[in-house]
Structure formats: structure tokens, C-alpha cells
Ligand binder design. Structure first.
Ligand SMILES: Cc1cc2nc3c(=O)[nH]c(=O)nc-3n(C[C@H](O)[C@H](O)[C@H](O)COP(=O)(O)OP(=O)(O)OC[C@H]3O[C@@H](n4cnc5c(N)ncnc54)[C@H](O)[C@@H]3O)c2cc1C
Length: 518
């Protein structure tokens, strides 16, 4: 086993495995510690949005995940008689990243694909069946004590990342408190397999707003379907998880004999966020840093965004191209975003979990009214990033994907460049000498930055195809756009201004300034 490593990751759930692979790809040495012997073979998350699928594809695994996924269609809210109260139109077609806007996937397949990538990288060492018991840290590094079947040992690294889930040992040992957003409801999750051709239920996601038993019913991958049932205060876990009871719950949708129940589990859905995501050489991401109710399908998505946000920063700090304070921007950028999404999920939960007849009638009336007036019932959406390393308040959106023409095939630019900053010029033939100076300044700050353009020709720059026109729309009135390696837009506008702002972040980061800037 490697005894000294750049990064030690505790937990090889989906977030820890993804972070390990990203760090491995950018050349860091990684040691991953995982309690369990193998990938957990049952799903929890079922939705990957278009941004997160693109981030996962930094490992070239999107196609593997999509083999057993289905696109998410509309989201119907039904009354207890299964009549439509309201319907949220899911945008269809191709999203800015070239994938469907939301994808219903099978989590074990995704985790297997991520771990396969991990296994291909010789600079990642994985230890399964071991429990990280404690750690200590100094200004020089971290030391983790772990227990394996052979006894207790210690490993050392430069940084430790806690990807160890909701009951994180890393977070607990640091004494970091969770902010409680005051939502707590018990639900039972039932995952099923329904053979092809047997599933006669609507392909839309359905939210049954029955005050007696609020229920979610949603396709959860190819030939799979999930039900989530809110539990009543008096119901006992051991009673509701009996198969005959579950079959009766499912019967309102489909003949339960056509359905194979592959898993059922009771969860307390809640919304909690760690108050601190970094303590010197220890960082927290994924469920270790936040938990949210699943009503927006964003818990894992948030963890993948955290990992993408952190990986390139660890690379830049360890390779010495950025100051260590860059690591504080993980929390500055991600925490407010996660908090907003969690609030959104709670708002959705408060809409669907209603049991009070007066409030239920009022909700139903509003939904019907909005449907009849043709205005969609307002539901929360995933916001842009508002805080952190952004050149101006309009930055923080997801960068649309550009494509390259390689021997007549459209290839994603991310596949060619990897996880690096991208500078996209609208018309490379229109640049002035001071623009070229600004480009040189940017390249001096970030030697891995790749130059791309939409119009014109220049051998030093990659010509991007924009088949879905998202880049053209975004760049209608701007000369250039700079994306961070996690594909969040740093800023757009004139090249000299972008270069100056990017330089200021690479030379010294004023954290107070960043917090306020958002
Ligand atoms: C019912 C339900 C539905 C959901 N639906 C969605 C959805 O549709 N979309 C979405 O994005 N998210 C969804 N989520 C949330 C999503 O499942 C989680 O956010 C995600 O799985 C968290 O991943 P993680 O890697 O951070 O943590 P985990 O998956 O909890 O992984 C943590 C890992 O750390 C290991 N570990 C813990 N402690 C130690 C230790 N001391 N030493 C060694 N190893 C350790 C554990 O064994 C585990 O493998 C849902 C969650 C639930 C419960």
C-alpha cells in the first residue's frame, strides 16, 4: 500500500469514487478507504441532470450510464383520484450539454462504471473492507488510522477528503455542526423491476397528492420503477416493509404480481448542511457535507458538483499553481448553492407532504387554477452559482458543451481537453494585439488553459461546433467567455478584463471579498 499520498479519500460511495477518479486523472496520487467489500447493489439516487451527466463524462462513462437510463418526461401532480392537478413540463430535446435535461438512471450501473475508471488509474490505491477510525492533521499533512482484517494501520497524505456519507466520521471528529433546515418526514422507498412491455403506468413522474398517503411513482431506469410512500406517524417500519403490505400500496398503479420488488427501505428525509466544509487539510463533500430530501432528485447531483469543484482546486494547490486559500472556495461556491437546492427540495416536499385537509384543498385549488390559466404551477429549479470565483454577478452558469469535428464525427470538446479551463473566443479573426496579450496572460496563469473559438480560423485554437446553438446564444453580445475546469462560467466580456480578473484569483484570493461578491 502507498504510505504517503496526495489525497486520502474516506468513503467510496458514488462521490468518493468520482472524486478519486478525477484526482487520479489530473495526476494526483490517491488512496481511497471504503468500509464495504463492493458497490452497494441497490439504487438510492435515480436522477442525473444534464450538468452532472456531463461532469461524470469527464470519466468517459456517460454512454455506459445511458445504456440503462431513460429520459425524464413531465412531472404530474395527481389528486387522490389520480386526476391531474398540474403538470410540470420537463424541457425536452437536447440540453446545453448535449444530453437530455434529466436522466433516470440505475445507480449501481453508474457506480460500477466509475469504479472501472478508478481501477484503470495506477496512481489510485483502493482499500476495501477497511474502516477509517480517526485522523490527525498538521500544517504538513494528514494521518489516518484505519482498521482492516489484518489490524490497525496508519496512512499519510497531503489532504483528506471526507466522502463518508451522512454519518461522516471526518465531520464528526472535527466537531462540525449541521445546519438543520427543519424538514423531517419518514418515507418508504420501493424499487422494482418490471419486465419490458409489462409497465402500463404513465412514463411521466407522478406525484400522488393524496393526503392519506402522499406517494411518488417514477420510472427509475430501463424497465425499473420506484415508488416512495410517505409513512403515517403510527406506522412501524417492520409492518410497512412487509411484501404483502407493499403490494397493496402498489396495486393502485399496477397488478403487483407483474412487478419484482428488488428493494424496500425506510428513510427519514431531511435537509441538513455542514456549517464548515474545510478545516485546514480536511475537506467534506457529498452527503458528508449535506443531505436533502429527494423531491428534486439532486442529492447525488450536488455531491458530484462538489467533487468536480474540488478536484481541480486540489490539483492546482498541490502542483503549486494556486494558493491554498483556493480550497476555501469549495464552501464559498458550493454551500449557498446546495442550500438553495435543499430549500427547493423542501419546498417541493412541503407541497407534496400535505395531510391537513384545508391546506390540501387550497393547494389543489391553486394547482388547478394555474393549469386552467395555462400558467405552470411554480416549482423550484436548480439555480446558477452565485458566489465565489466569478468575474461578475452574471457569471456562474453551466457552460454549454462545444463539439469538435474529428474526421467528420462530432466529439465533445471536454473529451479532448479534459478538466481544464476553457477560453472561448467568439471570432478568433477579430482579435486585437491587446486581446492576444490578454490571452498570453491567461495562459501564463493557467498553463493548461485551452483556447477555442466559434468563428474564424487559427491553428492555435480549437474550432468549436455548436449544433444546438446554446454557445451562440450565450455569446451573442460578448467577445469571449472563460469556463472554470468544472464547467461553471467564470465570466464573459472583453479579454483584457477577463485576464485581469483571472489573474487576481490566481495570485491571491480575498475570501471575504468572494463571500460578499455573491
Ligand atoms: C430514497 C433516496 C432517493 C434519492 N434520490 C436521489 C436522486 O434522484 N438524485 C440524486 O442526485 N440524489 C438522490 N438521493 C441522494 C443520493 O443517494 C446521495 O446524495 C448519494 O448517494 C450520496 O453519495 P455519497 O458518496 O456522498 O455518500 P454515500 O453513498 O453514503 O457513500 C459513503 C461511503 O462511505 C463509506 N464510509 C462511511 N464511513 C466510512 C469509514 N469510516 N471508513 C470507510 N468508509 C466509510 C460508506 O460505506 C459508503 O460507501 C437519494 C437518496 C435517497 C435516500
Amino acid at each position: 500500500m502507498l504510505k504517503k499520498t496526495d489525497i486520502i479519500i474516506i468513503g467510496m460511495g458514488p462521490v468518493g469514487a468520482y472524486l478519486a477518479a478525477l484526482c487520479g486523472q489530473i495526476g494526483l496520487s490517491v488512496c481511497v478507504l471504503e468500509k464495504e467489500a463492493a458497490v452497494y447493489d441497490k439504487p438510492r439516487a435515480i436522477v442525473l441532470d444534464f450538468e452532472v451527466l456531463r461532469l461524470l463524462n469527464y470519466l468517459s462513462i456517460a454512454e455506459d450510464i445511458l445504456k440503462t437510463s431513460v429520459p425524464a418526461l413531465d412531472y404530474d401532480f395527481l389528486n387522490k383520484d389520480f386526476e391531474i392537478l398540474s403538470s410540470r413540463q420537463q424541457p425536452q430535446g437536447v440540453s446545453p450539454t448535449g444530453y437530455h435535461f434529466a436522466n433516470l438512471f440505475y445507480q449501481p450501473d453508474m457506480e460500477v462504471a466509475v469504479r472501472k475508471k478508478v481501477s484503470e488509474l495506477s496512481n489510485i490505491e483502493v482499500t476495501l473492507n477497511c474502516e477509517a477510525e480517526s485522523f490527525s492533521q498538521s500544517d504538513e499533512g494528514v494521518s489516518v488510522t484505519l482498521r482492516t482484517a489484518d489490524g490497525v494501520e496508519t496512512i499519510e497524505g497531503k489532504y483528506l477528503v471526507g466522502c463518508d456519507g451522512a454519518h461522516s466520521m471526518a465531520r464528526t471528529q472535527l466537531g462540525i455542526e449541521l445546519e438543520d433546515l427543519n424538514f423531517s418526514e419518514p418515507w418508504m422507498v420501493v424499487d422494482t423491476y418490471i419486465p419490458a412491455g409489462q409497465d402500463t403506468i404513465s412514463k411521466n413522474a407522478q406525484q400522488l397528492c393524496d393526503p392519506d398517503r402522499p406517494t411518488t411513482c417514477v420510472p427509475s431506469g430501463l424497465n425499473r420503477r420506484r415508488w416512495e410512500f410517505m409513512l403515517k406517524p403510527h406506522e412501524k417500519h417492520e409492518d410497512v416493509t412487509q411484501i404483502p403490505f407493499i403490494k397493496e400500496l402498489i396495486r393502485s398503479w399496477i397488478d403487483p404480481e407483474k412487478v419484482e420488488i428488488v428493494r424496500n427501505a425506510v428513510y427519514q428525509f431531511n435537509g441538513k448542511i455542514a456549517n464548515q466544509w474545510r478545516d485546514n487539510r480536511v475537506l467534506l463533500v457529498g452527503d458528508a457535507a449535506h443531505q436533502m430530501p429527494p423531491f428534486m432528485g439532486q442529492g447525488l447531483c450536488a455531491g458530484i458538483r462538489d467533487a468536480a469543484n474540488l478536484a481541480w482546486k486540489l490539483g492546482a494547490v498541490i502542483k503549486g499553481t494556486s494558493p491554498e486559500s483556493l480550497l476555501d472556495t469549495l464552501q464559498i461556491e458550493r454551500r449557498p448553492h446546495v442550500r438553495a437546492v435543499t430549500q427547493g427540495a423542501i419546498t417541493m416536499g412541503e407541497i407534496v407532504c400535505l395531510t391537513d385537509p384545508v391546506k390540501v384543498a387550497e393547494r389543489d385549488r391553486k394547482m388547478i387554477e394555474s393549469r386552467k390559466s395555462g400558467k405552470p404551477f411554480e416549482l423550484p429549479v436548480v439555480p446558477k452559482i452565485e458566489h465565489g470565483i466569478l468575474s461578475d454577478p452574471s457569471a456562474g452558469h453551466v457552460l454549454p458543451e462545444g463539439f469538435l469535428d474529428i474526421n467528420g464525427e462530432h466529439v465533445r470538446v471536454d473529451d479532448i481537453t479534459g478538466m481544464v479551463p476553457l477560453l472561448i473566443i467568439k471570432d478568433v479573426n477579430n482579435l486585437t494585439p491587446s486581446d492576444w496579450e490578454a490571452i498570453e496572460l491567461l495562459q501564463a496563469q493557467s498553463p493548461n488553459l485551452r483556447l477555442c473559438h466559434l468563428e474564424g480560423d487559427n491553428a492555435a485554437s480549437l474550432k468549436l461546433l455548436d449544433p444546438y446553438k446554446y454557445l451562440h446564444m450565450m455569446m451573442e453580445n460578448v467577445e469571449a467567455l472563460l469556463s472554470k475546469p468544472d464547467r461553471i462560467i467564470f465570466g464573459s466580456g472583453s479579454l483584457p478584463l477577463l485576464a485581469e480578473k483571472w489573474r487576481s484569483y490566481n495570485t491571491g484570493i480575498d475570501l471575504e471579498d468572494l463571500r460578499e461578491a455573491g
